[in-house]
Design a protein around this ligand. Structure first.
Ligand code: CIR
Length: 257
């Protein structure tokens, strides 16, 4: 069960967020992003979470994607080392928020030359699957594995070959169910889970988010939504269109614990 979340309001500089345009082209509209973010925070609160919604930080265009500069679990928080110059400083800004919930001896830091972003980290039971991507390197995964091993977690690395982060291409819903891209469907480590291969045109819907039994899913992806519903989850379709233009989606917008 999640009881808390940390989010950060989008800043006006969001229009300059990094984009591969993999999910659509164009610049986000700030006011619409704020509205969609407000809806997201309201939904988390409605589902019972206490949400710390941090003020916007204009220095970092992508800073609303708080999932990337930290990885949190019940026992500890790991401050990561985002790979890109425009995001690196976000790790210093997330620490103060993390300190409200974790004591100093529960907070760990990844160091150069290790890089990692939380979008590459997916937890299933006591195993962290860590994407090896342009944002998370082998050294980042190695440092992370050494930290979380102290708390009984294993780490298994998975190559990310299709785009930005691991969780754009595979997500754990719970009850052994995962949503995968066709590429992730072939990954040996994932064969033991019940896999739904999301159709190519609905790839963006993979990044859905289970909050205490209710699944938030991006709006407008009927096949994926129907599949999740068929598993028995209540689904909340969410409008994330502005974040989508800069490769952002549902998990990226919060840290949950
Ligand atoms: C970036 O490229 O870093 C941002 N524009 C998007 C980050 C999305 N984060 C995530 O999926 N965890």
């Amino acid at each position: 069960m999640f009881t808390k979340a940390i989010t950060r309001k989008p800043c006006k500089a969001l229009v300059n967020g990094i984009s591969t345009a993999m999910f659509g082209e164009g610049k986000p509209v700030y006011e619409d992003a704020v509205e969609q973010h407000d809806q997201y925070v309201a939904t988390l609160r409605e589902l019972g979470l206490e949400v710390l919604d941090l003020e916007a930080d204009e220095r970092y265009p992508d800073s609303c994607f708080v999932e990337d500069p930290a990885v949190v679990m019940p026992e500890c928080a790991v401050i990561t080392n985002p790979a890109t110059d425009s995001r690196k400083g976000e790790k210093y800004e997330i620490v103060d928020a993390i300190k409200k919930f974790y004591s100093d001896d529960q907070i760990f830091h990844l160091e150069e030359p290790g890089t990692m972003e939380g979008g590459d980290v997916m937890l299933i039971d006591k195993t962290f699957y860590v994407g090896q991507s342009e944002r998370t390197n082998a050294e980042g995964a190695r440092q992370f594995a050494a930290i979380v091993a102290k708390f009984g977690y294993d780490v298994s690395t998975v190559p990310v070959t299709e785009g930005l982060h691991l969780k754009d291409f595979v997500i754990y819903l719970g009850n052994n169910d995962i949503l995968v891209s066709a590429v992730m469907n072939d990954v040996p480590e994932f064969q033991k889970y019940n896999r739904f291969v999301v159709p190519e045109e609905e790839l963006y819907a993979i990044n859905s988010l289970n909050i205490n039994g209710t699944v938030l899913t991006p709006k407008g992806f009927p096949k994926t939504q129907a599949y999740i519903e068929s598993l028995g989850y209540p689904v909340r379709p969410m409008n994330t269109n502005e974040f989508r233009l800069i490769d952002g989606s549902l998990t990226c917008l919060s840290l949950r614990f």
